[in-house]
Design a protein around this ligand. Structure first.
Ligand code: HPA
Length: 285
């Protein structure tokens, strides 16, 4: 385990060197762009794009519709770092691999991260095209990304009673209102995938308190929270969850809905960055 950990810290050091070599920009805000949110990257100015394949330790993304680039640039006047695409657990990556970029971001000086994803709507009020800000999550992935990680010789018994930052949630809500975007707050349940759920599973998840279901985000949120980052997360409801609609769910449907919304979601993220970086909305300690 120690040799493995040293290997990870070597990778982090090498990844840091690589990113710093490409750009002098030192953003404090990062956004992970999942399905539907990726076109926000085109709204940035003065960008430097680094393919994940060039960054030591970064996992490959193998899914159609998910590019794999780290982008540094400005949204308005605000320097931001984007992770365009993510590696998923269902692709066969380990929890350590999919959360590695978050560890690099923390070392780069990122203080806040917004994680975005596509999700199936469980709540009866959800319609395709809505967004949901995460207030909490249920980890049904069967794995914890902190497993095997030690801190001061002890396992990471991290408190997860407030993973998602309420100030970021407020900024998202206000941004959505300004963009006339249908907005919900709720609980995201993460499954490992890659199959979609059965109607019986969705009925069970609803009873457990889940409002939306997806195959990502929770591992990154846990690691980012553990590393002291302020975490926000936003789902694009691309489809109704299994059984809530008579037609089968397809990956193509998820991608197409994401693409149809790209202008709207880009505007929402631009407004979010503006609010987040303005002094007025900063949380007083
Ligand atoms: N289930 C799981 N993951 C998803 C879904 C879904 O219905 N839609 C988008 N990602």
């Amino acid at each position: 385990m120690t040799a493995q950990r040293n290997q990870v810290s070597n990778h982090i050091r090498r990844a840091l060197r690589c990113v710093r070599k490409h750009s002098p920009l030192r953003p404090r805000l990062a956004i992970l762009l999942g399905s539907g949110f990726d076109s926000f990257a085109h709204t940035l100015t003065g960008t430097v794009r680094i393919p994940y394949a060039r960054i030591p330790g970064f996992p490959e993304t193998r899914v159609a519709g998910h590019s794999g680039d780290l982008v540094l640039g400005h949204s308005g006047d605000t320097p931001v770092l984007l992770l365009c695409g993510r590696a998923h657990y269902y692709e066969g990556h380990s929890m350590g691999e999919i959360t590695f970029p978050i560890r690099v971001l923390a070392e780069l000086g990122i203080e806040s991260i917004l994680l975005t994803n596509a999700a199936g709507g469980i709540h009866s009020k959800h319609r395709p095209g809505d967004v949901m800000c995460l207030t909490d999550h249920i980890n049904f992935m069967g794995q914890n990304p902190l497993r095997g990680q030690m801190q001061d010789g002890k396992p990471c018994f991290v408190d997860l009673s407030s993973v998602y930052d309420t100030q970021i949630a407020l900024e998202l809500r206000r941004s959505a209102r300004l963009c006339k975007q249908r907005f919900h707050s709720g609980v995201y349940l993460a499954v490992s995938g890659p199959s979609y759920e059965t109607p019986a599973e969705i009925r069970a998840f609803a009873r457990l308190g889940a409002d939306a279901v997806g195959m990502s985000t929770v591992p990154e949120a846990i690691v980012a929270h553990h590393l002291g980052l302020r975490v926000g997360a936003l789902s694009c409801i691309t489809n109704l969850a299994a059984g809530r609609n008579p037609v089968p769910i397809t990956h193509q449907e998820v991608l197409t809905m994401g693409r149809n919304l790209h202008g709207q979601l880009s505007r929402l993220l631009q407004e979010f960055v503006r609010r987040h970086s303005s002094k007025k909305t900063r949380m007083t300690p």
